[in-house]
Design a protein around this ligand. Structure first.
Ligand code: G6P
Length: 613
């Protein structure tokens, strides 16, 4: 979490750093700060609690035109959001400024050394002590980069850090320690930029290089050098990154979330580019395994967090149904600490929009140690996940800016469908006629997703009626179960309504006790083999005076007069139902949140990329 930016060059750094922070605000937005420094202007520091706009208001008209600077947008881990806890943090003499993303695990012990000497810390953060440690080393005559390496050796944890020394104007040093928090460095014309991710650099340059864990950068306007933890020089390759900047603007939409929901027909269209019906074949770019390796697989483990884990749950159905390989899903954070039984025939598929979610990266490291073949489904070019896995299947949805994921879930589910069809064909477990039917059905999904978007006025009307409730239950079975979880998650995230997602079969084992006229139930009830069971569940809710909003298949009449609201979904193959069924879940959550006046794109307490445990 947290976004960090740095600039050194010949242009005024202030506006560039603030614009970079704007692009990283999705990573955290409870406070922000900036430090500008050069030979002519000394060190200027400003911080403000709240979103970036507060900082911009505060510094308006006062920003010195210094040509180097660093900035930070925060998601609080240690210490509440406040001006004092906002970054950059300084040492007591005001010589060193640092911005940091991640956690310093031993900061209490590090602080104690200074407290014994009577030092005063101005913040409650784990970061401030890093400035103290750096200044201490600089006072001893160490070079700034050596001092940073020394501090990284002392400060345990996984983090990314930028530091500047007011006595060396225009020089920024950067460290990446462990797997949390990336740093990408952009090479411009007589200038260099640093940021937590690519999106912040793209307006200025596409020539970039990524700092790996254990690497350090020494950045000046006219110079760039990299070293490892022992100070040995490293040669890094510079790649030119394609990226759609236009996609990072809201356009005609009121919120990024709504824009991204509406981009889903194109998202699925793109994810289908490897599907061809005649002969039936799915070519998955990024799957690096030979046919022999695929045949040797005995198990598939899918890992992810949040929405990505819900996509993984749909993927498990596809892998088992089409490739007939035993498959399981794990929350990455549970997987990594469970001591999972893994071997070189267990394919680990990780799903992560950002490719930087700390628990998913740790789960992938666990799989790497066990020698598992690994593929990651990711949306961010060059992200750490793409460097751990043997292969990357890119979502290619363009940037997803809203904190609550939408289009990347749809892309992930479809790519998992494609992977499953590919594995099934190679292993000979997928009947060619089923392969053809699934490929043809998948080619219909973009139109069906487009038709689902046309339900928006109806969902806005339902949102209007239900936005004042404080508790919701979402029920689904089979492929509807991950959707129930996702529908509840979306509602929680963007509208702050308490919502529970349950497998409908579980309803009678607890949730039913909650049902009364104050708790509406969203029933995901497509006409599949368990439809009759869902129908019974709906009856049971109604018998307890609960309202029901039912999402049913096209033409379904069985719930008319039973559910309070019936929403017919566009026709789609049952296996592909989640791709279409998720759209109304997203729209319902969105419109309820708008009705309640919530901050849809940047919900409180959340961050798009969770780089701390
Ligand atoms: C955060 C976001 C979610 C996202 C999850 C996993 O919690 O708010 O929208 O699903 O992280 O992120 P990833 O980048 O790994 O897909």
């Amino acid at each position: 979490m947290c976004g960090i930016v740095g600039y050194t060059g010949t242009r005024p750094a202030g506006p560039i750093v603030l614009e970079g922070l704007r692009r990283l605000e999705y990573r955290g937005y409870d406070s922000a700060g900036i430090a500008l420094f050069d030979r002519d202007h000394g060190l200027f520091v400003a911080r403000a609690t709240g979103k970036l706009d507060r900082l911009i208001q505060r510094v308006e008209g006062t920003l010195p035109p210094a040509v180097a600077g660093i900035g930070h947008t925060r998601w609080a881990t240690h210490g509440e959001p406040s001006d004092q806890n906002a970054h950059p943090h300084l040492d007591p003499s005001g010589r060193v400024a640092v911005v940091h993303n991640g956690i310093i695990e031993n900061y209490h012990a590090l602080r104690a050394r200074f407290l014994e000497r009577g030092a005063v810390f101005l913040s409650e953060t784990d970061t401030e002590v890093l400035a103290f440690l750096l200044a201490e080393r600089l006072e001893r005559g160490e070079d700034l980069l050596d001092a940073l390496r020394g501090v990284a050796g002392e400060a345990q944890g996984a983090y990314a850090l930028l530091a500047v020394d007011a006595e060396e104007p225009g020089r920024i040093v950067a460290a990446r320690v462990g797997n949390a928090g990336g740093i990408v460095i952009g090479l411009g014309d007589g200038e260099h930029l640093l940021a937590s991710d690519l999106g912040a650099l793209i307006p200025h340059t596409r020539r970039v290089t990524f700092l790996e864990p254990g690497e350090f950068a020494d950045v000046r306007a006219d110079g760039l050098a990299f070293v490892d933890a022992d100070g040995r020089t490293i040669e890094k390759t510079v790649a030119v990154q394609p990226y759609d900047v236009v996609a990072a603007a809201k356009g005609r939409f009121r919120h990024f979330m709504l824009k991204e929901i509406h981009e889903q027909p194109e998202t699925v269209q793109y994810a289908l580019h490897g599907y061809s019906p005649d002969p039936p074949r799915v070519v998955m770019d990024g799957l690096p395994f030979s046919d022999a390796e695929i045949r040797a697989l005995t198990r598939v483990v899918l890992i992810g967090m949040g929405t990505s884990m819900h996509a993984a749950m749909v993927g498990r159905h596809y892998i088992e149904r089409f490739a007939r390989i035993p498959a399981e899903v794990d929350n990455s954070a549970e997987f990594r600490y469970r001591g999972p039984v893994l071997d070189e025939h267990t394919l680990v598929i990780s799903i992560s929009q950002s490719g930087e979610t700390v628990d998913t990266l740790a789960g992938m490291e666990e799989a790497r140690r066990a020698g598992c073949p690994q593929v990651t489904i990711c949306n961010t070019p060059g992200a750490q996940a793409t460097r751990i896995a043997h292969g990357t299947v890119y979502m290619r949805t363009g940037p997803e800016i809203a904190v609550a994921s939408t289009k990347t879930m749809v892309a992930s589910m479809l790519l998992l469908h494609g992977i499953a069809l590919h594995l099934g064909r190679v292993r000979g477990t997928l009947d060619p006629s089923l392969a053809r039917q699934q490929i043809e059905a998948a080619l219909h999904v973009p139109a069906a997703v487009g038709a689902a978007l046309e339900l928006e006025p109806r969902l806005a009307e339902i949102a209007d009626r239900y936005s004042r409730y404080e508790d919701f239950l979402f029920l689904g079975r089979g492929l509807g179960y991950p959707l129930a979880l996702e529908g509840a998650l979306k509602l929680k995230e963007v509208s702050y309504i308490h919502a529970e997602g349950y497998a409908a079969g579980e309803m009678k084992h607890g949730p039913i006790a909650l049902i009364d006229e104050r708790m509406p139930t969203v029933a995901i009830a497509p006409h599949d083999e368990v439809f009759d069971k869902m129908l019974s569940n709906i009856e049971q809710v109604r018998a307890r005076h609960g309202s029901v909003i039912a999402f049913v298949s096209h033409g379904e009449r069985a719930v008319d007069g039973l559910a309070n609201e019936v929403v017919e979904l566009p026709a789609v193959d049952p296996a592909l139902f989640p791709l279409v069924g998720v759209v109304p879940m997203q729209l319902l959550a969105y419109h309820i949140a708008v009705q309640r006046g919530a901050d849809v794109d940047q919900p409180r307490n959340l961050a798009k990329t969770v780089t701390v445990e």
